[in-house]
Design a protein around this ligand. Structure first.
Ligand code: NAP
Length: 270
């Protein structure tokens, strides 16, 4: 631990900070002056990143080694959020994908993916919302994906976990409406990271350069969106009106789904 004084901005916890998007969040938040708690399974990487952040930005930075697909790992991070009043920001970023049809995806991978992408994100969001409401301030950032909007071949479980993040985070935003807690949903498109190797993407034809973003651009755009007060930030979506129209249509459909009479097309009318 560096001998720096604690940050006025408080402590940011970033899950999945040992590589990719999470590592860039950690760097950018340290640059802004946050102290950091870096969460992932690979301790060597976390320690190296923490040392680098302490050196370069004179912030406190520490590793919290946790497997968030296990209840014990989730509790360790939830306890830190609840028990440390200096925690002011959580980035729920840890997640993984497997590029395989469901029938070829091992059961154990499905269980771990849902545990990490859905269960851990839900539990840590709750811990953050409870703690931040009690403290009268706090920022929660949940990382979803553009892949959560429609079925895409080869990612049946991953796409569905990200659809969950979309709906869940928007519900939380409503729940936090009248509070001082800020919740941002970030929806990256395709971003260069080790996540593609984890998913087995190395076997795929490379995606065209024109649709792939760097981790730095993704996180910088996401933080710009946060600064601008956006609730939903899609770094690579060029025309944001599509997202607004989608949300409006989803709201209309939700209303329309509830009616006591079967629709006339089913021929059950008198
Ligand atoms: N890359 C993309 O194209 C893209 C697009 C949209 C959304 N996303 C989302 O962005 C987030 C970050 O992905 P990335 O692309 O940056 O992938 P990445 O480079 O593979 O990073 C994933 C991070 O999650 C951590 N992690 C994985 N399993 C974990 C577990 N069980 N417990 C704790 N930490 C775990 C990894 O660390 P350890 O292995 O050390 O645990 C790593 O730090 C994910 O939620 C992903 O779904 C990515």
């Amino acid at each position: 631990m560096a001998h720096s004084a604690s940050s006025k901005l408080g402590v940011a916890i970033v899950t999945g900070a040992s590589s990719g998007i999470g590592a860039v969040y950690a760097e950018r938040l340290a640059r802004r002056g946050y102290d950091l708690v870096l969460v992932a399974r690979r301790e060597d990487r976390l320690q190296r990143i923490a040392a680098d952040l302490r050196d370069r930005f004179q912030v406190r930075a520490e590793a919290l080694v946790a497997d968030l697909s296990e209840p014990g790992g989730v509790s360790a991070v939830a306890d830190r959020i609840s028990g440390d009043p200096s925690v002011t920001l959580l980035v729920n970023n840890a997640g993984f994908s497997a590029l395989k049809p469901l029938t070829e995806t091992p059961d154990e991978v499905i269980v771990r993916m849902i545990a990490l992408n859905v269960t851990a994100l839900t539990a840590l969001s709750k811990a953050a919302l409870v703690a931040f409401k009690a403290r009268g301030a706090g920022v929660l950032i949940n990382i979803g994906s553009g892949a959560g909007f429609a079925p895409y071949p080869g990612i049946p479980v991953y796409g569905a976990t990200k659809a969950y993040v979309y709906l869940f985070t928007q519900s939380l935003q409503s729940e936090a409406e009248a509070t001082a807690v800020r919740i941002q949903l970030v929806l990256p498109g395709a971003v260069i990271s080790e996540g593609w190797d984890v998913a087995g993407g190395a076997e795929l034809d490379p995606l065209p350069d024109s649709i792939v973003m760097t981790t730095e651009d993704c996180v910088d755009a996401a933080l710009a969106g946060l600064d601008q007060g956006e609730r939903v930030t899609a770094p690579s979506l060029q025309d944001a009106s599509g997202l607004r129209d989608y949300e409006a249509m989803a709201g209309t459909l939700l209303q329309a789904m509830f009616d006591g009479k079967p629709a006339p097309r089913y021929g059950l009318g008198a």
